[in-house]
Design a protein around this ligand. Sequence first.
Ligand code: ZN
Length: 424
Amino acid sequence: MSLDDRAEELASDLGVDKAEVKSDLENLVSYSVPIDEAVQSLRRKYGDGGGGGGSAPSEKDIGDVTTDDSSVSLTARVLTVGKRSIQTQGEQQDIFEGELADETGTLSYTAWTDFGLSAGDTVQVGNAGVREWDGEPELNLGESTSLSFLDDELDVPYEVGGGATLHELQSGDRGVTVEVAVEEVERRTIDGREGETDILSGVLGDESGRLPFTAWEPHEAIENGDPVRIENAYVREYRGVPEVNVSEYSTVTPLDRDIEVGEDATQVSIAEAIAAGGMYDVELVGDVLAVRDGSGLIERCPECNRIVQNGQCRSHGDVEGEDDLRVKAILDDGTATVTVVLDRELTEDVYDGTLDDAKEQARDAMDKEVVAEDIRRNIVGFEYRVRGHFSVDDYGANCDATSFERTDDDPADRARALLEEVTA
Ligand SMILES: [Zn+2]
């Protein structure tokens, strides 16, 4: 539906001038407000109570709440409560986020005032705003929202408390609880809002897999590398993959049991990993279609590690590049393609030689391209099992490989087998 059609529909719903609605819509869209959200906010601006009529929002089942609602009232069980501090208009503000549920479904919420919510509470919520977030409705509990606690516990078919395995976590989850082993941890000093501050970063693991984390305060138990229970963490996307964030409001307690960290990466299709917007430590199986330009013997900027072309770094200008090896291979598993990036070590394996061998070969041939040519010959047309970190950005899908192994089942054999079947 075009913007013009939306404006027409909205104008007739609200009984206002179409030209006025259209210019408002165009204005919002020009500020990158998604069209559905723009329509919602205009409905509010022109005083539509939602659903085209009444002023008081009606009591709804969570399963029936849609992004077309502007505000709703409902009765729900609080599944999770996460506290977070954000900066709005130059001021620090505490917000509370999590999930509510009833028998019909779950709904994320953000509370802009402290209602004293705890996981497990049953609450009656009046006049909560509905906004669209990532295509899904989300509740806004603000100053115009009424909230009361009910004694009768609402039974819901969902787990109260936010316990999850690392594999289940997705970007956007709040108030989550995990029991994990600290697989890697390092302390770093960053420039924070209030000057230099120390944070921890690394990798967490549990039975289901691994995820990177950032702890914005150096919790001792995490730094010691002990198994820990982390409550009230949130998950956000960082460089294309979900990352567990441990904030000043998170609780970290040492566990007195060991966590068995799963050794196998989850095998996924490339299409699945793209749809998820990135995944940490996954396994893909597909055919190498091509080796992209910028593979083989390359030079990196000594300052920033970026690729140097013709002696020029994009950030640092004229630099003396440092030699390195890498491969950017296009992998196809029938569902989609991804660019698999191999570091020096994995490249040396597929090149079947060291960096020094590559430099010597290039010198003899007076052409660096011979190295990439050899790699091409060695891997294009074969099926590989790839383990690594999958990310998606504006330039496409990438997988930073941690292992890259040819499967026994190579396509040439398969083609021959097929041919034999056909001609038999
Ligand atoms: Zn540079």
